[in-house]
Every structure is written in structure tokens, then in C-alpha cells.
Design a protein around this ligand. Structure first.
Ligand code: HPA
Length: 248
């Protein structure tokens, strides 16, 4: 079954016909909230709000391990994750939607692996391509069908938060090759890979990154909220087409 992880601005799916909610416990603790099960355009999906349904869990306190574990335990095989970002690359602007193809991880101090403890063999996942290419293409095709323009590819820089970046940090991220910056892309993508889940992301640009464009003198939360709302409505359209293409 396909699972959707919703980020800031996407704590529910408007057209989801909810069948039930499942509270879960995992060996890694509690997920961000109950998993919501339902039908979207006649297809079964599950949904989890990454920051909790009341949007109370900050990026560095999300229990990524419990979230992915719980989704897999409930039968998720494929995950489309939605996350808001600030844009760095010059051709991106607030309101744009990107399906990233690469990640640079700047996070620290998070529980970032299932492979720990001395009672198991050392395991290294291949992370050359952090997102599943087939699922990426499916999301892009869904966006085309939904007539929602979408950028194919981009480097997602995952920062620790919860504070936003300095202008100098954004310059550094750009020099590193990052196109966008967010706080939740890691360790989520790596953990999904460790569990063998098929995983892709939709990044929603909600602001210029610090020191750039409209954020030249600072990032304003009011404008983030104003951009996020209509952009997430477009993401919902794409997700409905993803679910349809997925065949349940
Ligand atoms: N920086 C980090 N995370 C973000 C941003 C940003 O500018 N916008 C949305 N999430």
C-alpha cells in the first residue's frame, strides 16, 4: 500500500475518505500520531502527519524511526513524503514544487539508523540514489496529469533546525551544490532505505532561503504560510493522481 507522510501545511488530505485510525507503538517509541487509513480516489492509502496532527513536533524531535517502522508494520511498501523547503537555486521560487533526486545531510544528533547494537552484522545501505527513481517518475507523471508544473530533480540539503539558516550558511549550501533546504528530509530517506521501503519526496518551496530574494533581509513566517496553503492544495492534486497511477 502507498503511504503519504505530510509535512508542514499538509496535516490531512482533504479528499481522503477515512476508514479508521491506528495508534501504534514500535520498538523505537511512538510515531508522530495515529496512522490514518482511507480511500483516495477509490484507492487505499495511509497517511501520517510528520509533525503530529496538531503540528507540535519540531523537525529535530520527529521520531523518524518510529514513523517509518509503524508505516511498514501496517503494510506500507511505498512512501511519498511531502516536505516544505526554502529555495536556493536561482530558477526556483516560492510556490514551486520539486521532486528532488539527491540529498546532502547536515543534520546531527538524530536517531538516524536501525542498524545499531553489537548483536548484528555491520550493514551499510547503498545510498547513491537516495530516492526511488521509479516512484519519482510516477510522481512526475502524476503531476503532469494533474497539470501541476513540477521540477524534475534537485539537491535537497537537510539542516538540523529548528532555527532557519544564516545567509552565510545558505551561501555555503549553494557552494556544496544544494538547490533547496529543509529540515526533515533526513534521516527519513535513509531510514526508509534501511527498511527496504520505496521512497520519494515532493518538496514544496515556501520561501526564498535566508539572504536570497524575498528573504534578503530575513525569512518571514507570515509569507511562508501564505505560500504554503495554495501550494499544498496543488500537492494534494498531485498526490491524488499518484494514488490513481499506483493502482492501490
Ligand atoms: N530552511 C530550512 N527549512 C525550511 C526552510 C528554510 O528556508 N523553508 C522551509 N523549510
Amino acid at each position: 500500500m502507498l503511504a503519504i507522510i505530510g509535512g508542514t501545511g499538509l496535516t490531512q488530505l482533504a479528499n481522503l475518505e477515512i476508514s479508521h485510525r491506528q495508534v501504534m507503538r514500535t520498538p523505537y517509541g511512538e510515531p508522530s500520531g495515529a496512522i490514518t487509513f482511507g480511500r483516495l480516489r477509490q484507492h487505499e492509502v495511509m497517511f501520517l502527519a510528520r509533525h503530529g496532527y496538531g503540528h507540535t513536533i519540531p523537525p529535530h524531535e520527529v521520531n523518524y524511526r518510529a514513523n517509518l517502522w509503524a508505516l511498514q508494520e501496517q503494510g506500507a511498501k511505498r512512501i511519498v513524503s511531502v516536505a516544505s523547503v526554502g529555495c536556493i537555486r536561482a530558477d526556483l521560487a516560492p510556490g514551486d514544487i520539486v521532486v528532488p533526486d539527491q540529498i546532502i545531510d547536515y543534520t546531527y544528533g538524530r536517531d538516524f539508523t536501525y542498524f545499531e547494537g553489537r548483536d548484528r552484522l555491520v550493514t551499510h545501505i547503498d545510498f547513491t540514489r537516495p530516492y526511488d527513481q521509479k516512484l519519482r517518475l510516477q510522481v512526475l507523471e502524476a503531476a503532469r496529469r494533474a497539470s501541476e508544473p513540477c521540477f524534475d530533480g534537485g539537491v535537497y540539503a537537510a539542516t538540523q533546525g529548528p532555527r532557519l539558516e544564516t545567509a552565510a550558511e545558505i551561501n555555503r549550501l549553494e557552494r556544496d551544490g544544494a538547490d533547496m533546504v529543509g529540515m526533515t528530509g533526513m534521516p527519513e530517506a535513509a531510514l526508509a532505505k534501511e527498511l527496504g521501503l520505496t521512497y520519494a519526496a515532493i518538496a514544496v518551496v515556501v520561501n526564498h532561503a535566508a539572504g536570497r530574494g524575498s528573504s534578503k533581509d530575513g525569512v518571514r513566517m507570515e509569507s511562508i504560510n501564505a505560500v504554503a496553503q495554495p501550494a499544498m492544495a496543488r500537492v494534494r492534486n498531485i498526490l491524488e493522481c499518484v494514488v490513481e497511477c499506483d493502482g492501490g
